[in-house]
Ligand binder design. Sequence first.
Ligand SMILES: [Zn+2]
Length: 454
Amino acid sequence: MRRGVRIAIENAYVVTVAGQEYDGGHILVEDDRIAAVGPGPAPGDGADERIDAAGCLATPGLVNTHHHLYQWASQGLAEDSTLFEWLVTLYRPWSKMDAEVVHGAAAAGLGWLAKSGCTTSTDHHYIFPRGRGDLFAAEVEAAAELHVRFHPCRGSMDRGRSQGGLPPDEVVEDLDTILAETEAAIDRYHDPSSGSMLRVAVAPCSPFSVSKELLVQSAELARRRGVRLHTHLSETLDEEEYCRDRFGMTPVEYMETLGWLGPDVWYAHAVHLHDPDIRTMAGTGTGMAHCPSSNARLGAGIARVADALAAGVPVGLGVDGAASAEMVPLAGEIRQAMYMQRARYGPAALTARQALEMATLGGARCLGRQDEIGTLEPGKLADIALWRVDGFHAALDDPVVALAYGQTPPLARLLVGGRTVVADDTLVTVSQDEVARRGADAHRRLMRLAEDVL
Ligand SMILES: [Zn+2]
């Protein structure tokens, strides 16, 4: 990037998520970092660009802690199914996907995320049908084209139906292949440096689709290489029953026996937690990716987010894959999370500011990047969302309420490392129309490839 570039954002309502709010404040960006944040105009002159953000709310860019980008190509199927029924239906078309499907789906999925304020996203890709191209490379390329900070998780499944697992045998890999391919992905793509645009995590799919051996060896590999660990856990009562029948433990207790707890681990969902599970996760710093729309769509349940936050568990937000959360915008999950907690636990269960913190700093903690992203503070990366809270939203006095409660306001600007990715609610690093078309093409291609098994 060009060195010494300064962008001054002024007249915004700035919420740092680090304890300060400035009405009419500024953020000064230098290269890919935040140089200053505070009240009034930006210090100094000579900025290369001045953004008059009057009528805008400035927040840290949102962090998406769980996704399956390939699922953009398989939306709207098994509409009224439980998780296990839905999986059994969808494993069939997923077994036919190729690199072209993944590239188009990832481009559309990441573009959609950026348009709802997301500056950092994970992805959990766990199906690698043989002979269908380099699926992991396809999504890495899509993220680089869009310029979104990316944490792809090399997923895996090694326990097919013949071994007592849920997935059909043709979509699972063997243990040695998984470990070798996962380490190869780390060698090829993982960038541990400060300001990194890409970090790889190790991510066996779930207790009901992988062997104990794979979980143990994945943890060993991740710790040897200094990368993070991710998996689905405690998503449904069916899963809890499976773990109790098979292992005589809750899913969290099972993971504890395998070394799968710690500040380098975050679980997707963690809906059905018991009090000791919450204490265990809080005590070990194990994170939770809360995906409220997906949990609601599949009837999985309402996660104990308020209890987890009160106990000190790092909790981030996630959209989950588009096959179980069709067209869900990440910013919309702020409201969904808040309302689901309130529906069960009362109106004080989760505030708008707590939900915004989950979407930003909470997500950064899940990814181990709380020193670099998740708040607006000098020295942190310039990942910034400017939301238009004038227009219809101006009838609300509190801009955070305007963002959290109603329909998500339009994005005036989205910066990732100081580079504009969205301007005036439209993608600018790639052609928005082209990305949308590629997403639709990926869906049609997958349906064609899978027509014999649907
Ligand atoms: Zn998931």
